[in-house]
Design a protein around this ligand. Structure first.
Ligand code: BES
Ligand code: ZN
Ligand code: ZN
Length: 484
């Protein structure tokens, strides 16, 4: 199903169409005379006495062709409340047979900047579904015409749209199965983003070998597909100022390797590239909205397979940083991919900060479920900026500890470190503590463990289930509020 939104300058004929109007918290319709006829008003007033006005959205069937929909806006509304209202409106109208609506933005209070914009943003985000592989697609198209002077400005329209497109791109990538979106195909898809103004550099196995990225290469060596590091640069400031850096885990499928995962739910591991997909979707949205910042996205793309050439438990590999790692469990592969990607990003781009995203540990789901991503960081300022941005767009993060006392759990007898700890628990923290060892120059760094956030079996406020795109809006907000 697709929802198209068209903005119109003047008020089109609305006396015969499905109308969406905002009211105050008491469904007071006296100010809506301009939009609804006298008889409609009295009909609605009568019915209002019988309706459950605790609900925020009420539908009135005027006749078989016309519905009037009232959305009540309480005082002190936040932008996320408006987004949630839009999403809940979508959930209710998606099954109606009507497919054209008029939204009159002027019925929203003037002090609420962009009320209709946030409302439609939530609606749009909720309307996404991945139907590429359904041979019978639901061909329903809903069109919403938005008129009035309180509609979002052109600049805000572009901002909303680019964030939607970035989020949808992330969701598309995460939803693709492992047989389609393997590393070779993924690298190609990212390369196609050249056309929107991103500078893309693809490092294939040969180049990675030369650079010494052996922890990344070790993970992919059991796969018939290639392994890649891909960088995406957005130069919105047209100068050489330090970029913001985003790094993502792109394990296109995680079987666990020789430390094979159990069969049950192994199919979920098609979303083990979600961290990288957030980085790609974010870079796409920054380019589309021509963000006034310099940013770089770096993703490590591999497939973790068992096979004749696969990495063995006990193997010792030398990372790009020069530090050596004993691979005790081939299923703790994400940190191996990120290790090389982090050091490379810090050395090559000398960024202001690095935020990495990864579906890194099952343990973070035990801690935080699907409510918060785990945040691990060496920097209080960056942490607080992420926490605030997360609260704002309802993509929340919860800070978890890093501490040198955890280091003993990953020190190895045979190499500089080992990739898992057998005793001591704290699985998500030890993974983060491992990553921290590959930040060599004290760059402010934050790691987001999004294992519980990337995919939703039941759907959330702004997604209808499946890939959530969690992180694209969070990072856009972080940038918009603090760096633009
Ligand atoms: N991709 C998984 C983590 C994961 C688990 C993501 C469930 C999403 C849902 C990761 O590569 C992994 O297998 N981690 C292991 C680490 C362990 C071997 C130390 C885990 O969490 O069990
Ligand atoms: Zn794994
Ligand atoms: Zn994994």
């Amino acid at each position: 199903m697709s929802v198209k939104i068209n903005y119109k300058n003047s008020l089109p004929k609305i006396n015969s169409s499905n109308l969406v109007l905002f009211t105050d918290e008491n469904f007071n319709i006296s100010s809506l005379k301009k939009y609804i006829s006298h008889s409609e008003q009295s009909y609605i007033s009568d019915l209002l006495k019988t309706k459950d006005v605790k609900r925020k959205i009420l539908f009135f069937d005027i006749n078989s062709k016309r519905k009037i929909i009232l959305i009540s806006l309480k005082k002190n509304l936040k932008s996320s409340d408006l987004e949630n209202l839009g999403a809940s409106f979508y959930d209710q109208f998606k099954n109606f047979k009507q497919n054209q609506y008029h939204l009159v933005s002027d019925t929203s209070p003037n002090h609420l900047r962009n009320a209709s914009g946030y409302f439609l943003h939530g609606l749009k985000l909720k309307s996404y579904s991945f139907e590429k592989y359904k041979t019978k697609q639901k061909n329903k198209n809903i069109s919403i015409i938005v008129s009035g002077k309180n509609r979002p400005s052109l600049i805000d329209q572009l901002k909303f749209k680019s964030i939607e497109e970035g989020t949808f791109y992330t969701r598309d990538l995460v939803s693709e199965p492992g047989n389609v979106l393997h590393p070779d195909e993924y690298a190609k898809r990212i390369s196609s983003l050249k056309k929107i103004g991103l500078k893309i550099t693809v490092y294939d196995e040969k180049k990675l070998k030369k650079l010494g990225m052996n922890t990344l290469l070790g993970v992919g060596q059991g796969s018939v597909r290639g392994s890649y590091l891909v960088t995406m640069e957005w130069n919105g400031l047209k100068d050489k100022s330090k970029p913001l850096a985003f790094v993502g885990k792109g394990v296109c499928f995680d079987t666990g390797g020789i430390s094979l995962k159990p069969a049950k739910f192994m199919e979920d591991m098609t979303y083990d590239m979600a961290g990288s997909a957030v980085v790609v979707g974010l870079m796409k949205s920054l380019a589309l909205r021509k963000a006034k910042i310099n940013a770089v996205g770096v993703v490590g793309l591999v497939e973790n397979m068992p096979g004749g050439n696969a990495q063995r438990p006990g193997d010792i590999v030398k990372s790009y940083s020069g530090k050596t790692v004993e691979v005790l469990n081939t299923d703790a592969e994400g940190r191996l991919v990120l290790a090389d990607a982090l050091t490379y990003t810090e050395e090559k781009f000398k960024p202001k900060f690095i935020v990495d995203l990864a579906t890194l540990t099952g343990a973070i789901i035990v801690s935080l479920g699907s409510e918060y991503a785990g945040l691990f960081s060496n920097d209080d300022k960056l942490s607080n900026q992420l926490i605030n941005a997360g609260e704002n767009v309802e993509e929340k993060v919860w800070r978890m500890p890093l501490n040198k006392n955890f280091d003993k759990l990953i020190d190895s007898k045979n190499a500089d470190m080992q990739n898992i700890n057998y005793v001591g628990g704290a699985g998500s923290t030890t993974a983060a503590q491992f990553l921290q060892r590959f930040i060599l120059n004290k760059t402010p760094w934050a790691h987001l463990d999004i294992a519980g956030m990337a995919f939703s079996k039941y759907g959330g406020a702004l997604n209808s289930g499946g890939a959530t795109g969690y992180g694209v809006r969070l990072l856009n907000k972080l940038i918009e509020d603090n760096y633009e």
